[in-house]
Design a binder for this molecule. Structure first.
Ligand code: FAD
Length: 447
């Protein structure tokens, strides 16, 4: 048996790394500790499980523990929680919830992939049984049990970020009356205000009550108390963003960075020899601002995991960084963003030019198209593309990937205008909306 790699956390970051390390090093002993009942699952699919598009919770599992044992020879231990890391002894203190015992497990290399947890502000009643966050499949299973048992006629979603939006849609699909409460003036605070307004408007059109500029103050049996009155609720879903699960690392003396996420270098190594981190629990690097940046996304967690796994398996890989690309949808309305918004660009010290266009997702005469709004942010003077945001109907959101690619390559909006993008009437107008936006942006940059 070779050296031992212990992985804490058995989802996107941890399992990707474990499988990748195995591909490169067949001698490595790999132990994965997972405190929950599931590994290698898609948390991203939870809203669609709750909404009924996905039939079974098992459909969200990519590989079962048995498959991981058989195919990758990974020792997967469910209901095993890492309680502490002793860096001097190079041991993890592990609690087996099943056997109700604690033991110590030595490691040569350690990967921390503990993810993040939904934020729970310290409000009266927040720990009540009807106030639920969703992050893991265990959370999803508990939520479905509650909905099937006690019902969910009236649902209040606290927080209008993308998880809030997706969970609002899920309960609309289940026939619930849904209210989203958001303290900011608009939902989707990762968008600029003018684009967030479009999302709030679309949600109301889809039958969701949206209360912006409203603060939740407390929860009691069947009621959400806000600064603008009481809302009846059989169920409350928290969508207030996440906090990295970095306490285990911090208590061991491992350094933290942006948003209390574990600080890592480009190879996903922490500041402690032989200890690595991947996924929502650790930082990334923002390619536009040039600064460390915490972003909790499955796409990023998988890529961190791949890089960490290559390094743990004896190879060499670096994570190049992110531009903050994300897509989501609420009913038929799609939302996307990449790079910096107008406000973020200014806050990061850029002089910028922001322009917005309205177009259609297909050729105007072709049936089934819808409206698409594209906002583009470019650097004043140089025309360097800094960011874009899209709100529109079906087919709108994935266009953001072209812009994300352009930002990553440091392109100017003028160069985006010239790209040889595809066209046929069922897919886009002759000029794709992102190129229409780039033309407008280039004109504004040129004055
Ligand atoms: C509802 C929802 C929708 C989402 N939709 C999208 C999407 O569309 N696109 C996208 O890119 N991202 C999406 N995400 C985010 C994505 O799911 C996460 O970024 C991703 O799961 C992070 O993977 P991870 O491995 O870092 O953490 P997690 O998936 O949170 O896994 C961490 C694991 O570690 C375990 N763990 C924690 N502490 C310990 C410990 N001490 N001992 C043992 N085990 C421990 C946890 O039980 C958990 O299973 C969504 C998330 C949610 C909740």
């Amino acid at each position: 048996m070779g050296a031992r790699l212990v992985v804490i956390g058995g989802d996107a970051g941890g399992m990707t790394a474990a499988a990748q390390a195995r591909r490169l090093d067949s001698d490595l002993e790999i132990v994965v500790l997972e405190r929950g009942n599931w590994v290698s699952y898609s948390a991203c699919g939870i809203p669609y499980l709750v909404g009924g598009e996905v039939e079974s919770i098992h459909d969200l599992v990519a590989r079962t523990p048995q498959e991981l044992r058989d195919t990758y020879r990974i020792d997967v231990r469910l209901r095993h929680e890492a309680m502490a890391v002793d860096l001097d002894a190079r041991e993890v203190e592990v609690r087996s919830h099943e056997r109700d015992r604690t033991f110590r497990l030595g490691f040569d290399q350690l990967l921390i992939a503990t993810g993040a947890r939904p934020r729970r502000p310290d409000l009266p009643g927040i720990d009540g049984p009807t106030v639920m966050g969703v992050q893991t499949l265990d959370d999803a299973s508990a939520l479905l049990q509650r909905v099937r048992g006690a019902g969910a006629g009236r649902v209040v979603v606290v927080g209008g970020g993308y998880v809030g939006l997706e969970m609002a849609e899920a309960f609309v699909r289940r026939g619930s009356e849904v209210t989203v409460v958001e303290s900011s003036p608009q939902v989707m605070s990762t968008l600029d205000h003018d684009m967030g307004v479009l999302v709030s408007t679309a949600m109301r059109r889809h039958g969701i009550e949206v209360r912006c500029g409203t603060r939740v103050e407390a929860f009691s049996e069947g009621i959400v108390h806000t600064d603008a009155g009481e809302l009846p609720a059989d169920l409350v879903i928290l969508g207030l963003g996440v906090t990295p699960n970095s306490e285990l690392a911090a208590e061991a003396g491992i350094g933290l960075g942006d948003g209390q996420a574990i600080r890592v270098d480009r190879r996903q190594a922490t500041d402690t020899e032989g200890v690595w981190a991947a996924g929502d629990c650790c930082e990334s690097f923002h390619l536009v601002t040039g600064r460390p940046f915490h972003i909790a996304l499955g796409t990023v967690a998988n890529k961190h995991g791949r890089v960490a796994g290559i390094n743990l398996g004896g190879g060499y890989a670096t994570f190049p960084g992110v531009v903050g690309t994300a897509v989501s949808k609420v009913c038929s309305t799609e939302v996307a963003r990449t790079g910096l918004g107008e406000d973020e660009a200014r806050a990061a010290g850029f002089g910028c030019v922001a322009t917005t266009i309205t177009a259609t997702t297909r050729a105007g005469y072709y049936p089934g198209g819808g409206e698409i709004r594209v906002k583009m942010v470019a650097e004043r003077g140089t025309g360097r593309l800094l960011g874009a945001q899209i709100v529109g109907e079906e087919g709108a959101a994935k266009r953001i990937d072209v812009v994300a690619t352009a930002i990553t390559r440091g392109m100017r909006v003028h160069e985006l205008v010239d790209l040889d993008l595809s066209y046929a009437p069922p897919f886009s107008p002759l000029w794709d909306p992102v190129q229409i936006a780039a033309r407008r942006s280039a004109a504004a940059v040129d004055g």
